[in-house]
Design a protein around this ligand. Sequence first.
Ligand code: C2E
Ligand code: CA
Ligand code: CA
Length: 917
Amino acid sequence: MRKQLIDHVGFNRTVLEWGAFVAVLVFTALLIVNFIWSERRLITTAETSRMQAQTRIIEENLSHQFQGVRNALDSAREAVSNPDHCDAACQKLLLQSLKRAMPGVRAMVILDSDGKIRMSADDMGDRHLDDRDFLSQISRMYSRNLMYLSQPYENTPGVFNIKLSVPVLDANGRNAGVISAILNPEYFDAVMRSALYAEDMNSAITEEDGRRILFVPANLTEMRSPGGGDDDFLARHLRNGATTSVLTGRTASGEKRMVVQRTVTQGDMGLDKTLVISLTRSVERLHAGWHDLALSYLAAWCAFALIGGLVLTFIQRRRGLVHNLRQIQEEHQAEAAERMELALSSANLGLWDWHIPSDCRTVDARSNAILGYTAEKQHNGPGEWRKQVNPEHREALDEALRLHLIDSTTSFEAEYEMQHRDGHWVWIQCRGRVVQRDQQGRPLRMVGTRMDISARKKAEADIAHLAFYDGLTNLPNRRLLLDRLAHAVAKSGRGGYHGAVIFVDLDNFKSLNDTMGHDMGDQLLSVVALRLKQVTREADTVARLGGDEFVILLDDLGATPEEAAGNAEFVCRKVLSTLNAGYSLGAYELRSTPSIGVVMFGSAMHTVNDLLRQADMAMYEAKAAGRNTFRFFNPGMQEALDEIAMLESDLRHALIRRELLLHYQPIVDAEGHLTGVEALMRWRHPLRGLVFPGTFIPQAEKSGIIVEFGEWALETACEQLLQWSKSYETEHLTISVNVSARQFRQPEFTQRILQIIERTGANPRRLKLELTESMLLTDIEDLIAKMSMLKTHGVGFSLDDFGTGYSSLSYLKKLPIDQLKIDKSFVQDMLLTPHASSIVRTIVSLAQSMGLQVVAEGVETAEQWAALRRIGCGNFQGYLFAKPGAISDLGTWFIASEATAGTGGRVHQLALVSPVV
Ligand code: C2E
Ligand code: CA
Ligand code: CA
């Protein structure tokens, strides 16, 4: 729209300029025409009057000449008329002297009325004049007062003469002859010629009837033509009747001429006829002067028009170009501004402009909107803007500004809260830069943007919350607890006061979780969290470490250890009583008890991890003491802990020092035949001797080294399988290897197993992996995928310690397992309690219904073996057959057992047991 308007204005201007230019051209043209016209008029007028003057001069000259001739002729007539006074000789003499006296007179003759020459001034004698026309006229000349002018007569070709005559009358007044002066036309010619001042001029003397008397310059055709009937100028002159006329027109030859004519009547010169003197000029020549002028003016005008037009075009083009450039520039600027606006609005950036010396700040609409104001623009008085900033953030903001103002190369950025119109705080990210400085380099003006980052700040806070708080109970998590604990320990060290870490573990939580479901478990945990918060002070930290483990950090319990311990005990009692209270979760009424471990800090240097471990240990003491109670950590516990710590450090070296070994425990069928073995790990400690898995496996699990241990066990077992595969007697034997949950969960677990199998060359069908039910609790899909993968390679799976865990039967169906191992606790109790007996029976029938093998573990007596066989159990493992032993022991046992196999239970058993005793 605006562009169109500009174009329109531009177009109008162009048209106007051209209009003005054309007007100037027309005006100058008119001026020039006017000027030239007046010039022409001037020339014409001047010429006309000059020519008129010339005709008068000619007339005067002529009349003067003719008067002279007349006087001479009159004198001669006088003499002729009075012969008494002048005889013939006298007359002749007179004629001669008269002729001589008058230039232009060629001859003077006296003729009788017949035209015969009576006397002449020269030697013409009596010769006849051959001008017949003249001769015929003589008799008609009878007026004494007139002088008769004859027509030009061409006596020799190209030479004309004219004759002026006066009659000689007799006494009766009749014509007795004439006296004629024969005029030399050259004389007139000279007279006339003197009047011609320009080359193109000519003059003529014409009789009224058009007959030429004289024509200058000589023009034979004109002179010879009998009459001027075709002289248009003469006709027009005569018609208008004026003495003098000025006419313009074309001659017969087509030439345009100006003609000045003057009538000289009979009386004027005493002639017998009226003459017309004419003077002509070529109009073309006449006008040549102003034509040249006009031409040069025209040329100048054209040049002016052309140059002017070009200059105007050039100026307009240039202006157009400049205009276009400006327009493009403006468009670019507008585009840039639009983009900027878009960027600002899409980023929701507000603008501010700070005049530093006056400390006034102006903000735009978006900046205003961020704080809930609607004004287009807002101007804050000196320092006013600062009042909107949260007082807690002002100092940091001023410092950031100060740093930027001393060195504006880096840009300014700060995050702080500003007060919304409604009163709440809005997090602002503010960026800016000094854009103007005075000559001394002091900052004058700073501009920048403002962005509402409340959402980001909230997200950050949420993330921080997630990172430091437990999602279920909203209590601080382990990380935050460790942080606070570190602070508390450091503070107590400085302040000389004592604090406590209270470790709370729910006694029956696992079974509750399994029997009532995770939802219920979660609800219970939430209530426990709430109750723990209620029995502690605001300043204390109640944290959840995970699962059913809570930690209470009690800060500043007293100046002496005794006072502090008393206070801690008080809190423990409160915790006990509040957690012992019944829980109504939905439709259920539940009971739950905690075991509590306490450790005090403040009197000595502690590490945070030590404190937690000690509290944990004390909690286990409480559990060992029958649960639902609390125990303070004591140095005796520390010793056990230290031992574990030492063990842990030794464990790291066990593999490298080749201190690990595998013992194998036989698994037999109903007939006592060896079908395979279970590989059980042992650690030959340089000081402690043979260490059993119960002592080091949990530590290995915790530290993660179990993964390497497990791989080692697998590799060793596979090497054994390869050995056995070489002999017919042992080729069918399987080895069951225990796999820890942590090991199994390694992403590359299947890969590693397959690599080991391939490297050792063992038959995967002889390898069984023993998994525990606890593995089924997490990521069952991953578990199934890995098991299925290995299964396709022939590897078998056995579910260990079956019955102690929480495996639901639905999982069992999904898993590609081959074998269930009844936990030895059931086997050992089966002959003692009906409960254990029925569990064993159920497991066996379950396995049968699912087509799974059953292995009874921990078979120690023949009664147990017999009872198990009775209910259909097919495989057995236990001290009754053999204790776990080295491979060499196994070899001895194998030979012995095979030798006696099939000879009956008792004998068989003895033979079996002997090698390991
Ligand atoms: P487990 O897998 O249940 O192994 C059977 C345990 O029962 C073995 O204890 C074995 O010596 C013991 N046992 C066998 N027959 C009888 C019996 O008649 N009476 C009694 N009272 N006990 C019997 P061990 O060797 O001390 O192993 C303890 C646990 O350590 C194993 O329990 C297994 O969970 C773990 N473990 C052993 N070797 C490894 C291993 O290589 N890797 C992993 N991850 N765990 C292993
Ligand atoms: Ca096992
Ligand atoms: Ca077992």
